[in-house]
Design a protein around this ligand. Structure first.
Ligand SMILES: Cc1cc2nc3c(=O)[nH]c(=O)nc-3n(C[C@H](O)[C@H](O)[C@H](O)COP(=O)(O)O)c2cc1C
Ligand code: SF4
Length: 398
C-alpha cells in the first residue's frame, strides 16, 4: 500500500473522497440567502473560495426544516433549493475543489419569531436567540427530525455535494442533547453520557444510511461548551469515542462554544458589540446593550487556540480529525499535520482572503491577514464579508 503523504499541498483521502490538499474552508453562514433562496452571490462566494485553492468549501448553514433555521433568511435543504444548489456545486467543481453542505437544526438558537415556526430543545427552556420559550421535543418529534436529516442529506447528494457535515456543535439542537446543562430529559435520550449521545448518534447513523458510502459524512463536534455545567472534555471525549465506534462518520471537525450561552468561545479576539447592536432591530439592540457583555465575554486571540483540546482527541481517537480555530499561518498547518490531524479547517482567514491557500502554496506567503476584529460576525445579517477586505476595495475604487 502506498503510504499517504503528509504534505500539506498533496492530495489526501477523506472517506471516499480525495481532497486536493489539507485545507478545508470551514462554515461561515454566508448571509446571502434572502428567504432561503440560493442566489448568485452565494454561488460566487463559494466559487471564489474554490478558486483560492482550498480543497473543499462548506456551505452553511443548511437547515433540515423551516423550524430548524436560524432565522427566515436561512436556506432549507429541500427539492427546490437542491436544484438551485446544483449550480453552486458545479461552480466549485469547475475550480477543482469539492463542496460540503453543513446540515443542522438550530434548536435553541432558532429565532422562532422570524421563522414563524416553533423550535425544539432536549428540555424546555427560555432562549434569547429563540425569542422566548422553546419546548422539549417529544419522541415523535425527534423521529421527525431524524427523518428531516435523512432527507436533507439526500437532497445535498442529489445537488452534487461531495460531503455532508452534520452540525453537532455550538449548542444547536444535536449539540444541546450532549450538554448536561441543556439536556435534562428523563427518557432514554437524557441522563448518562451514553444516553445524551443517543439521539445525535442516531442522526449520524441515519444520515450515513441515507447517503451511502459515496460521499463523506463528517460532524462538527463540540469538545467543550465553554459554560459552567456544560459539556466538557471529560464527557466529550467519551462521546467522540462512541461516535468513532459507531463507524458512521469519516471525520470530526473539532470546535467548542455555545451560540446560546457563550458566543465568543469559538472565535476569540475582539468583541464587536457596537456593530452587533447596530445590526439588530432596536429592541434586540437594547437587550444586547445590557446583556451583551455577559453573552459575549472577551477571550484573547491565540493562533490555533483549540489545539490543546484537540490534541486530547487526537490521542484518544484513530478517526480522522479536522483541527479548527484560529489557524492563520503556514507553520500552524504544518504543526497540525505533525500532531496527527488529517486536515485543518479555516474560516476567518479565508473570509479575509479566499486566495490565501494559493498564496501559502505558490507564493511562499507565511500567514494570512485576518486581525481577529470579528467585525465580519455582524455582517451575517447583510452578506457575510470581511470588513477589512471590503475597506481595501472601497479605497482602491476611489
Ligand atoms: C461570519 C462567520 C459565520 C459563521 N457561521 C458558522 C456557521 O454557520 N456554522 C458553523 O458551524 N460555524 C460558523 N462559524 C464558525 C466557524 O466555522 C469557525 O468555527 C470559527 O470561525 C473559528 O474558526 P477560525 O478561527 O478559522 O475563524 C462562523 C464564523 C464566522 C466568522
Ligand atoms: S472582519 Fe476580516 S479581519 Fe476582522 S475577523 Fe473577520 S475576517 Fe478577520
Amino acid at each position: 500500500m502506498t503510504p499517504v503523504s503528509t504534505e500539506v499541498w498533496e492530495p489526501a483521502p477523506l472517506g471516499p473522497l480525495t481532497l486536493r490538499n489539507r485545507v478545508i474552508k470551514a462554515a461561515t453562514f454566508e448571509g446571502v440567502m434572502p428567504h432561503g433562496r440560493v442566489t448568485p452571490e452565494l454561488i460566487d462566494f463559494h466559487g471564489e473560495v474554490a478558486r483560492g485553492g482550498a480543497a473543499m468549501t462548506t456551505v452553511a448553514y443548511c437547515a433540515v426544516s423551516p423550524g430548524g433555521r436560524v432565522h427566515r433568511h436561512t436556506l432549507v435543504l429541500d427539492d427546490r433549493t437542491g436544484r438551485d444548489l446544483r449550480h453552486l456545486t458545479d461552480t466549485v467543481h469547475a475550480e477543482g475543489a469539492l463542496a460540503c453542505a453543513q446540515i443542522g437544526h438550530a434548536g435553541l438558537v432558532a429565532n422562532q419569531v422570524s421563522n414563524r415556526a416553533r423550535s425544539l430543545a432536549p428540555s424546555a427552556r427560555i432562549s434569547a436567540p429563540a425569542m422566548g420559550p422553546v419546548r422539549a421535543a417529544t419522541r415523535a418529534q425527534l423521529e421527525q427530525v431524524a427523518r428531516e436529516f435523512e432527507r436533507a442529506a439526500r437532497v445535498a447528494v442529489d445537488a452534487g455535494f461531495d460531503a455532508v457535515e452534520v452540525h453537532l456543535g455550538h449548542n444547536y439542537l444535536l449539540s444541546s442533547f450532549l450538554s448536561p446543562n441543556l439536556n435534562r430529559r428523563k427518557d432514554i435520550y437524557g441522563g448518562s453520557v451514553v444516553n445524551r449521545s443517543l439521539f445525535p448518534r442516531e442522526v449520524l447513523g441515519r444520515v450515513r444510511g441515507a447517503v451511502g458510502g459515496s460521499v463523506a459524512v463528517t460532524a462538527k463536534f463540540n469538545m467543550a461548551d465553554g459554560v459552567p455545567k456544560g459539556l466538557w472534555l471529560d464527557q466529550s471525549l467519551q462521546i467522540a469515542r462512541l461516535i468513532e465506534s459507531d463507524g458512521c462518520v469519516d471525520a470530526l471537525q473539532l470546535t467548542g462554544g455555545s451560540s446560546l450561552l457563550n458566543g465568543m468561545y469559538y472565535f476569540r479576539g475582539d468583541v464587536p458589540l457596537a456593530e452587533f447592536i447596530a445590526a439588530q432591530p432596536k429592541p434586540v439592540g437594547w437587550g444586547l446593550r445590557v446583556y451583551g457583555p455577559h453573552i459575549f465575554p472577551t477571550y484573547p486571540f491565540e493562533e490555533a487556540f483549540f489545539r490543546p483540546f484537540a490534541r486530547q482527541f487526537r490521542e484518544a481517537l484513530t478517526l480522522p480529525l479536522i483541527m479548527l480555530g484560529g489557524i492563520n499561518r503556514a507553520d500552524t498547518i504544518r504543526t497540525a499535520l505533525d500532531d496527527g490531524f488529517e486536515f485543518v479547517g479555516m474560516a476567518r482567514a479565508l473570509l479575509r482572503d479566499p486566495y490565501l491557500p494559493r498564496k501559502l502554496r505558490e507564493e511562499g506567503v507565511a500567514e494570512g491577514l485576518c486581525i481577529h476584529c470579528n467585525k465580519c460576525l455582524p455582517t451575517i445579517y447583510s452578506g457575510t464579508r470581511c470588513v477589512v477586505r471590503e475597506a481595501l476595495w472601497e479605497n482602491s475604487r476611489h
